[in-house]
Design a protein around this ligand. Structure first.
Ligand SMILES: Cc1cc2nc3c(=O)[nH]c(=O)nc-3n(C[C@H](O)[C@H](O)[C@H](O)COP(=O)(O)OP(=O)(O)OC[C@H]3O[C@@H](n4cnc5c(N)ncnc54)[C@H](O)[C@@H]3O)c2cc1C
Length: 446
């Protein structure tokens, strides 16, 4: 009964959009976490931004074969109970935290299973991590339930508008170019996965790897390499072991492939970033190195690394060239001479380009960013400039970059570890900024 009342209030209420418009690039978990919570807030009559999401493929596009990061048939590395509301603590409006978190339970993983009558089965099967395509279906369901405005198109241009705010231009599938104006902009996702290390049929980008998997066209190989030590590499490895491959070297710069620490203490830093920013920089980097970068989850280690075809090669790949029938990779290790290794199949699974979205920004906007952070907007300078609200500090309109917030604000923000806290921070900022803008406008009018 209660949820019915809340839903009809949403349809008729006008709190949605009372805190401006938030444009989101990418309809993945971060976008849906923010959109669902904005809907819950508006349902409760609390000011919330209108959320408009633009995605080039579909809701959950990167968890489906079309996104180029998976074939959809591999499993999430983390528990789906770390869903869009997790950790269900705090809220954008602190006085209404209990109601907002209760409202978010309606968009939880459990609610999705109950709605599809698969909850009992999931529990009885031991609560398995879902396949990527099922995770995408969860996101689609949340998009439909929350009624968020999703536009399908590829964002091609982003600029700071003269009067404040952002103008985002995107091309729809029929070639039409449309624009959306927003008070804030949230950028999600890792960018594209289709840039090959070397233009050679034996060297596959992540996207061409999954494309070959779907066409059943992975060539047999006597010596394969997977470059990278994160989730992208783990998924590729999980697939490659099912093909005709005699040996697979996993190449990463760390001395070994670490197992992700998944004890209470390590997990809690991801779920609850309180106090993270007061840790010394060296300690924060150490935690990220041990728990996030170049680590495979316990389940991947258990499932794959018992396979004696898999070995680890330490080094950073600095070169790739054709040598007869194989591809030679150059590996650098600090303090050692570079080494060369030949392979007949290479999968470049190093992940996306963290600054991919800067290609969309016009020159004036890039200049504004440089002015705002007082330095060139490279990876380190941008990571250092991410504030508590997950936005780049000092810009006239908020640019939320949770994927770059790991170092400054908490290691869970770039991934699925604390989507509820991510949405709290973004929405609190959107509401506070619109309240400040509103009172400034009122003062100006006097
Ligand atoms: C194979 C794989 C498995 C992973 N498994 C886990 C896991 O188990 N647990 C975990 O915590 N993390 C995992 N990750 C990391 C994961 O990427 C992040 O945790 C999380 O999905 C990122 O969510 P997001 O909302 O930022 O973006 P995404 O889910 O990546 O969504 C980004 C969206 O942006 C769209 N897009 C891209 N460019 C444009 C454009 N120009 N215009 C419009 N739309 C665009 C894409 O179509 C996509 O739908 C995994 C990553 C990969 C690659």
């Amino acid at each position: 009964m209660k949820s019915q009342a809340v839903k009809s209030q949403a349809v008729n209420g006008d709190a949605y959009g009372a805190a401006g418009t938030l444009v989101v690039i990418g309809a993945g978990p971060k976008a849906l976490a923010v959109a669902a919570k904005a809907r819950v807030m508006a349902d409760l009559g609390l000011p919330a931004p209108r959320v408009v999401i633009v995605d080039q493929h579909a809701v959950g596009g990167n968890w489906l074969p079309t996104g180029g990061w998976t074939d959809g048939r591999h499993r999430l590395g983390t528990s789906p109970e770390k869903d869009l509301g997790f950790p269900y603590r705090g809220a954008p409006h602190r006085t209404h935290a209990a109601q907002i978190n209760a409202g978010m339970l309606e968009y939880s993983w459990m609610a999705f299973l109950v709605a599809h009558q698969t909850y009992t089965d999931w529990i009885d099967r031991g609560r398995p991590n879902p396949h990527h395509h099922v995770w995408a279906r969860y996101l689609e369901w949340v998009a439909a339930e929350s009624g968020v405005d999703v536009r399908i198109g590829t964002v091609e241009t982003v600029r700071l508008a003269d009067g404040g705010g952002w103008t985002v231009g995107f091309r729809t599938h029929d070639g039409t170019v449309e624009t959306i104006d927003g008070d804030g902009l949230l950028v999600t996702g890792p960018g594209s996965s289709d840039e090959p290390l070397l233009d050679d049929p034996r060297v596959l980008s992540v996207s061409s790897f999954w494309n070959a998997v779907s066409r059943r066209a992975i060539p047999s190989s006597s010596r394969a390499a997977v470059i990278g030590g994160g989730e992208t590499a783990a998924s590729a490895l999980d697939e490659l072991v099912r093909h005709e491959v005699m040996s697979i070297s996993v190449i990463s710069p760390a001395p070994t492939i670490y197992t992700r620490g998944e004890s209470y203490f390590e997990n809690s830093v991801f779920s609850d970033p309180t106090g993270w920013s007061s840790l010394p920089a060296a300690e924060r980097r150490d935690v990220i190195r041990r728990t996030d970068r170049g680590v495979f989850s316990v389940s991947v280690q258990e499932n794959l690394l018992a396979d004696d075809r898999i070995n680890h090669l330490r080094g950073r790949v600095t070169g790739a060239r054709r040598t007869g029938e194989s591809v030679t990779l150059t590996l650098d290790n600090p303090g050692c001479l570079a080494t060369e290794h030949g392979f007949d199949l290479v999968v470049d699974a190093t992940g996306g380009r963290p600054l991919w979205f800067l290609d969309l920004f016009d020159a004036e906007t890039l200049d504004e960013m440089e002015l705002a952070i007082g330095a060139r907007p490279d990876l380190k300078n941008l990571e250092d400039a991410i504030g508590h609200d997950l936005a780049v500090s000092g810009l006239p309109a908020p640019l939320y970059l949770p994927n770059l917030a790991g170092f400054a604000q908490g290691p869970g923000f770039p991934n699925l570890s604390c989507l509820g806290e991510l949405s709290n921070r973004v929405l609190r900022s959107a509401v506070d900024r619109s309240a400040v803008a509103g009172s400034a406008a009122r003062v100006g009018a006097i």
